[in-house]
Design a binder for this molecule. Structure first.
Ligand SMILES: [Zn+2]
Length: 984
């Protein structure tokens, strides 16, 4: 998933079209929220929960959990989920108000309040940042997200930690203490978050969507906020405004909650009633806009909008303003159109545009923003050629719209989409508790109670006229044609992010071209799916006594493991293969050629296998580490042997065309070129990887080498690759040992000669002076990234460093982010590379230079040593217990378990007992041992293995530190090789 930092308002492009909003803690890197969450006035759209409606909720055949709905005296509606087997518990609160309700001149207020509630103090729990630290100590995580019309708060913890976690969450959301001191501090954090978005394409174009929308509608609202909109010059008004917003909207009837735990429904009900009573009763203030107002004025439709990007990446989106669709969720008019327009089967829109060399990617999105409209769009990543021909692409899209109108609304297709969706639903792995509660708390705001669980698969009512009415709105007059690229012509500048753009009515020529049918005659509509699974029976599980895979084949060049597994009661399997050779990490040219090779395999498979993906057979072909070509299959097992045949055949034939090659190479080159504009923390992270792994190369090195690579080079590489390679195979789930052996033999047959097994190598930096890397980045923020590599691979060191991270990451965040306000992105994490344990610390800061960040990090390490030393035996034992529980958490789905087995294979832990060994070692840890490790790795002189620094605009003068002694100045592979740095 693409990682983005924040938030708000609206979908934009292929990659981020489902991304919404502000996730605000950055303990580990934030993930873009994937959701369709946008909202509506809850009071208007929600059915009141009946007294005991649990039996009405439509459940998956695979779901044996109990559900219950409760409406509390203060108006809060709660769905309880009891799962006696759960080892994790979670809760989620949705507030039916978001940034669209920010007061005038106080943009970012909803988002700012979300920060204040999550990271500060509540009346019952008045210690600063206590909620976050409690959750962390219970082996969990928490966060918040501000959307346009909703705000979400949630956490996940070990099952035993639910009661206090829920209580802390309820008090944080219901009765936080808002103090002027922290109001004044935390607005800096929001500002840092805003600034971190400066170079992010999502935010840069989002603001243009806002500028070109109706000012009377909140669609274009600036929801993140910054130091100006959250101005507090008089020292009092920000707190006052915050208190008003809090009082107006944070009331019971505006909130829905989901609670997931191992307790019985009755116990959960008591828990919910007790804790959630902290939320005040009341009715929320009116929202400050009118749903009947259109998000676009007349002059903002039938237009072309150009957006100038920083990165060299061309995209085209055709957006249409369609009617609201949420009420018709059972007829799925928008989802149906999304599926037709985004199909990648042969002959479809995507296929035709790609065949002409115009696009690299295509997606359709239907963003259902509130009760008044749906923003429907077709978004495409363009090739150089496509960037020159956006009008022609537009014309072809309109041809396709005509074709769909004529022949594309079909009951058979609707039924097939529904049937496959229900199949997924009935055999789905259980979602993580935290994902489950977020989905349910949201759905409780928006949908009838009986559809809380199945709203996405409720293809219940085929309504041709309704689908047609949506299609009929996809006209030239209603079009917003958005062209983004580095070289588009622009004449205006949007506020906040300074994005350059222009907006002009579509020309006569464009209008005629779009209206004129039959530009492209070879388009066709998707047919019925040949891959829809037929045989859904479960095979007999013949190895029930065995917990782990057994090895079926162990020969030179081929190792095969198998485990049948029906724990999750679904006709599915996960298959992993890795072909390894030393070829790819021997030079930058080989590495680049290998990347092209794996991309091309994926390309040639895309069209023939698209229907398979639609039918629930997942696959991917990718590079694993520096040495492996990996293949991964998941989903329904019925047709997996056939699917693997198709992939292996593509690997053998390598039927790459010049056109495929040119497109893949161009896209790769662009990605490399654009990398220098990615965020400072991403660049620091990437530089870290380049230094520690031999055979990993910087974007600049790759770009240079890529220029010289031809199709003939890729073919020669492919041939050499298959000449001699080693293959590892794991088959897990609803496939038999005989099927496994047959699949593995076929996959091995494409390799001519058995090769040895190669592993990605790692530099051992632990016994040499600190490697110090200064990056030259064009960004206003600075970063400090610190990496401490252990000197050995013992379990004691591994478990000890993991425990140290558990002890230090909370204080690190609280002190450097919340108290010292160094920046928005502050986190630490244990990092095991190959088998070598380590710790990393990352800060990205608007206001502080790298050396100073490091100094403060080291000061915190010193200070925390005393805290650990003073820790009593019980507290230490509790920490160990949390670490152990977290390690042993149960597999929540087949793929999760497959991953665990697979990483044992990749790491050569062939007894599949890695985590058992880890737990056994963790039990033996004593405070003395942990303190000794702490001293050795965090406090001793020279303990720091690698630091990566970048210098924001205010700190450029401090780069680089030529005067620092005992530091390795060069950090390229050549440099380290020349110094004889060993590898593991
Ligand atoms: Zn935030």
């Amino acid at each position: 998933m693409k990682r983005t930092t924040v938030s708000c308002l609206k979908p934009l492009s292929v990659i981020i079209f489902t991304a919404a909003l502000a996730a605000c803690s950055s303990e580990v890197k934030e993930e873009a929220s994937v959701s369709t969450n946008n909202s509506s006035d809850i009071n208007a759209s929600v059915e009141k929960a009946p007294a005991n409606p649990a039996q009405d909720i439509i459940k998956s055949a695979n779901d044996d959990r109990d559900y219950q709905l409760v409406t509390l005296d203060n108006g809060v509606r709660v769905v309880l989920i009891s799962d006696p087997d759960a080892d994790k518990a979670a809760a989620s609160i949705y507030v039916g108000t978001g940034s669209w309700s920010d007061p005038k001149g106080r943009e970012g207020m909803a988002h700012f309040l979300e920060h204040m509630l999550l990271f500060m103090k509540s009346e019952k729990y008045p210690e600063l940042g206590g909620f976050r630290e409690y959750v962390k100590a219970q082996g969990g995580s928490m966060n918040g997200t501000t959307y346009g019309e909703k705000t979400n708060y949630y956490f996940e913890v070990n099952a035993e930690g639910l009661a206090e976690g829920l209580d802390r969450l309820a008090w944080a959301v219901g009765k936080s203490i808002l103090e002027n001191e922290y109001v004044d501090k935390e607005r800096n954090s929001v500002d840092s978050e805003f600034r971190a978005g400066f170079t992010r394409p999502y935010w840069r174009s989002n603001v243009v969507h806002g500028e070109t929308s109706n000012p009377a509608h909140p669609y274009g609202h600036f929801g993140t906020g910054n130091i100006d909109t959250l101005n507090n010059d008089d020292g009092v008004s920000l707190l006052k405004d915050l208190e008003v917003f809090y009082r107006d909207y944070y009331v019971g009837s505006n909130m829905t909650v989901a609670v997931y735990g191992q307790e019985s429904l009755a116990e959960l009900e008591t828990m919910a009633k007790t804790s959630l009573a902290a939320i005040p009763a009341g009715v929320a203030a009116e929202k400050p806009w009118d749903d009947s107002i259109s998000p676009f004025t007349e002059g903002q439709q039938g237009v072309q909008i150009n957006i100038k990007t920083l990165q060299d990446r061309n995209t085209l989106s055709l957006e249409f303003n369609l009617p609201a669709s949420r009420e018709n969720f059972a007829a799925k008019p928008v989802v149906y159109l999304k599926k037709i327009f985004s199909s990648e089967r042969k002959g479809t829109l995507y296929s035709a545009l790609k065949e002409e060399g115009l696009i690299n990617s295509l997606s359709a999105y239907g963003w259902d923003s509130d009760n008044s409209f749906t923003d429907f769009g077709i978004s495409m990543g363009l090739t150089e050629k496509g960037a020159q021909q956006t009008d022609r692409i537009g014309a072809i899209v309109f041809d396709f719209i005509d074709l769909v109108k004529k022949d594309g609304i079909k009951k058979e297709l609707f039924d097939e989409y529904g049937q496959i969706a229900r199949l997924f639903f009935d055999s789905a792995d259980q979602a993580r508790p935290v994902d489950h509660v977020n989905e349910l708390a949201y759905n409780l705001q928006e949908y009838p109670v009986k559809n809380l669980l199945n709203v996405d698969v409720a293809w219940e009512r085929y309504d041709e006229a309704l689908i047609r009415s949506y299609l009929n709105e996809m006209t030239v007059d209603n079009l917003r044609m958005i062209v983004s690229g580095k070289d588009v012509s622009v004449d205006k500048e949007a506020p906040h992010y300074g994005t350059r753009y222009s907006m002009a009515p579509l020309t006569e020529t464009q209008q005629q071209l779009f209206a004129d049918s039959a530009i492209h005659s070879s388009l066709s509509l998707p047919a019925l799916n040949p891959y829809a699974p037929k045989n859904l029976e479960l095979i007999a599980e013949n190895e029930q006594s065995k917990e782990v895979p057994s090895q079926l084949i162990n020969e030179p060049g081929l190792r095969v493991w198998h485990k049948s597994d029906q724990t999750f009661n679904a006709p599915k399997a996960d298959v992993r293969l890795a072909y390894s050779t030393p070829l790819s990490d021997s030079s930058v040219k080989n590495s680049v050629t290998f990347t092209l090779f794996s991309e091309l395999i994926g390309q040639v498979l895309n069209e023939p296998l698209y229907p398979a993906r639609e039918a629930g057979l997942g696959y991917s072909v990718y590079r694993q580490g520096t040495t492996d070509l990996a293949i991964q299959l998941s989903g329904f097992s019925d047709k997996q042997p056939l699917l693997l045949d198709t992939i292996v055949k593509a690997l053998e034939e390598q039927a790459f065309t010049e056109q495929d090659f040119a497109r893949v190479k161009e896209a790769y080159a662009k990605n490399l070129e654009n990398f220098r504009l990615s965020s400072p923390d991403d660049q620091a992270w990437s530089a870290f990887n380049e230094v520690v792994f031999p055979g990993t190369y910087s974007a600049v090195e790759q770009a240079e080498a890529l220029k010289a690579v031809s199709l003939a080079d890729v073919q020669a590489f492919g041939e050499a690759f298959l000449k001699k390679a080693h293959l590892d195979v794991l088959v897990h789930g609803n496939l038999s040992a005989a099927q496994t052996e047959s699949m593995a033999r076929k996959a091995a047959a494409v390799v001519k000669e058995p090769g040895e097994h190669y592993r990605t190598r790692l530099y051992d930096l632990s016994s040499m002076p600190t490697v110090s890397l200064a990056l030259d980045i064009d960004h206003s923020d600075s970063t400090s990234f610190l990496y401490y590599q252990a000197q050995d691979e013992s379990l004691e060191t591994r478990t000890g460093l993991a425990l140290i991270d558990d002890m230090i990451s909370g204080p690190y965040f609280r002190e450097l982010r919340t108290n010292q306000q160094l920046g928005y992105i502050v986190w630490s994490s244990p990092r095991r590379l190959n088998d070598r344990p380590g710790l990393v610390f990352m800060v990205q800061s608007t206001n502080t230079a790298p050396e100073e960040i490091k100094k403060r990090s080291l000061a915190l390490f010193a200070q925390q040593r005393e805290v650990i030393e003073a820790m009593d035996a019980q507290a230490f034992a509790d920490l160990k217990e949390t670490l152990i529980k977290d390690t042993m958490k149960k597999d929540t789905g087949l793929t999760k378990r497959t991953n665990r087995f697979w990483w044992n294979i990749v790491g050569e832990k062939l007894d599949f007992a890695d985590r058992d060994h880890f737990v056994a070692a963790a039990k033996l840890l004593t405070k003395e041992k942990v303190l000794a490790l702490y001293d050795k790795y965090l406090l001793a002189d020279g303990a720091l293995s690698l630091e990566v620094k970048s210098f924001g605009k205010n700190h450029k003068a401090e780069k680089p530190d030529a005067s620092v002694e005992n530091v390795v100045k060069c950090a390229t592979a050549e440099c380290l090789d020349a110094m004889d740095v060993p590898t593991t």
